[in-house]
Design a protein. Sequence first.
Length: 318
Amino acid sequence: MTASQIYKVIDRTDDRGNIARIRLVPESGEAPARFEAGAHLDVYLPDVDLWRQYSLCSNPAETGFLEIGVLKDPNSRGGSDAVHRAAVKGATFKIEGPRNHFPLDETATKTVLLGGGIGVTPMIAMAERLHALGKDFVLHYCTRSEDVTAFKDQLRAAPYADRVVFHHDDQDEDQRLDLARDLPAPDADTHLYVCGPQGFMDWVITNAEAAGHATPNVHREYFSADVDASGDSFEVECAQSGLTVEIGPEDTIVRVLAKHGIEIEVKCEEGVCGTCITDVLEGEIDHRDQFLTEEEREDMDQLCACCSRGKGKLVLDI
Ligand code: FES
């Protein structure tokens, strides 16, 4: 289990589109943890007893604070609401990280950043880093309308403002993101990064791959997912303890094992954060997460125990 640290809110700005921009420093007075572009923080929300992941949107070169942007999302399970209520100046949060499941390939000759709504947050840290490295990049930022476009003023004033292209659903067709027009030709040294609502991500990923961009060059970060964790019953054997249990159609591995005293750490519980990754020794996995890459899925030697299932019997290395 990773050590947590208490961070204090030193500033909060309510930006357009119901997005709270929250600056944090360790309560202890130490310097904030350093991070790489694409990293996130795990933030514990005691009111709703949930851990939530928020991408860092500050400049990775910034040493004075860490900044996250949090959308107040009416469809969330209460996490974003709890942050908006609690994150007042001086409030404290238990935090783990930074962790980076969305690292930037700094060797790319061309980088395309595609952020949908709040999915722009990791892209801002990436844009800062790519600009500092003098790299060729473009940031496409898609929102419903200019009125809900957080970070707009910052991005317009950024030293790389000429590399930021805004796209708004409620404006002329020709300024909307057109993947056939706006994506570069596929190339081994061209990398795409996408983060946003699931429909936006699916659209970008499907079109990019159909256009010939290699799957490993299309990097993705899901911040939530509609995960269906139900399915046929299967058996799980825990190799270390010798326990064997049945996972029913509506059960998950994590929930059933917890009832038998075997705790697997979870955070998102919807297959996007990777906290619950568990090694699999035998059996066919029915992957339901958005976290593992295609190659990792095909290896069939690990699964996200919060949502993925098995066919027949799985033997886990726990
Ligand atoms: S708890 Fe996040 S992927 Fe399982």
